[in-house]
Design a protein around this ligand. Structure first.
Ligand code: HEC
Length: 169
């Protein structure tokens, strides 16, 4: 019995050493994998890259105090009514007949996206609209940068909230 105790202490030390020696080997990716067909995956990532370009354009517009420009970019490229939001729209039903009728990519994208992910997507699009509103409200030269930047912060955080939960490859 005693030797079993010693053996297990030894094993624990060994495991602890192995874990410490190879920290990267035990790092587990906790994100949920969402499997898209190849074409849809390419389109999804292209849309994502455009999201980042839109964010860069927003920051550039803000740097020159061009609030209207920043607002327009946010609502037209990231907002709820933007093309990029098509894949996150709620579907009326999920029957197989609907599946067969689906021809457009955004519709099928919306069908393939898990509900939790779609909610995070809608949340990001909503924050983009709220940012646009904050930026538009700032045009009478009140210079309320704090409100505008806070809204921008919420938007960027919403991108990262989804990135930390889901992956597609
Ligand atoms: C609803 C979830 C979700 C939201 C919201 C979201 N993304 Fe993504 N994004 C993803 C996923 C999933 C990937 C793929 C990650 C992977 O598989 O490694 C991705 C990948 C990306 C990539 C890499 C593209 C490539 O070609 O590799 C960029 C850039 C990106 N997102 C930018 C953004 C920006 C900027 C925002 C916010 C304005 C945003 N994303 C919001 C889910 C999201």
């Amino acid at each position: 019995m005693k030797s079993m105790g010693i053996l297990s202490v030894f094993m624990m030390l060994f495991v602890a050493f192995a874990v410490q020696a190879q920290p990267s080997a035990i790092k587990i990716d906790q994100r949920q994998l969402v499997e898209y067909p190849k074409d849809a995956r390419e389109e999804f990532l292209e849309n994502m890259r455009d999201h980042l370009v839109a964010l860069a354009d927003i920051v550039t517009a803000l740097a020159t105090r061009n609030y209207i420009e920043a607002a327009n970019i946010a609502s037209s490229r990231l907002g709820m009514e933007s093309r990029g939001a098509d894949g996150c729209r709620p579907m009326k039903s999920h029957s197989s007949m609907d599946m067969m009728r689906m021809h457009s990519q955004p519709d099928s994208m919306a069908l393939m996206m898990p509900g939790d992910m779609k909610k995070l997507g809608q949340r990001m699009h909503r924050f983009a609209d709220e940012f646009a509103e904050a930026a538009r409200n700032n045009t009478d030269l009140q210079h309320d940068d704090v409100a505008v930047l806070a809204a921008l912060g919420k938007l960027v955080q919403a991108c990262s909230d989804c990135h930390s939960k889901f992956r597609i490859r």
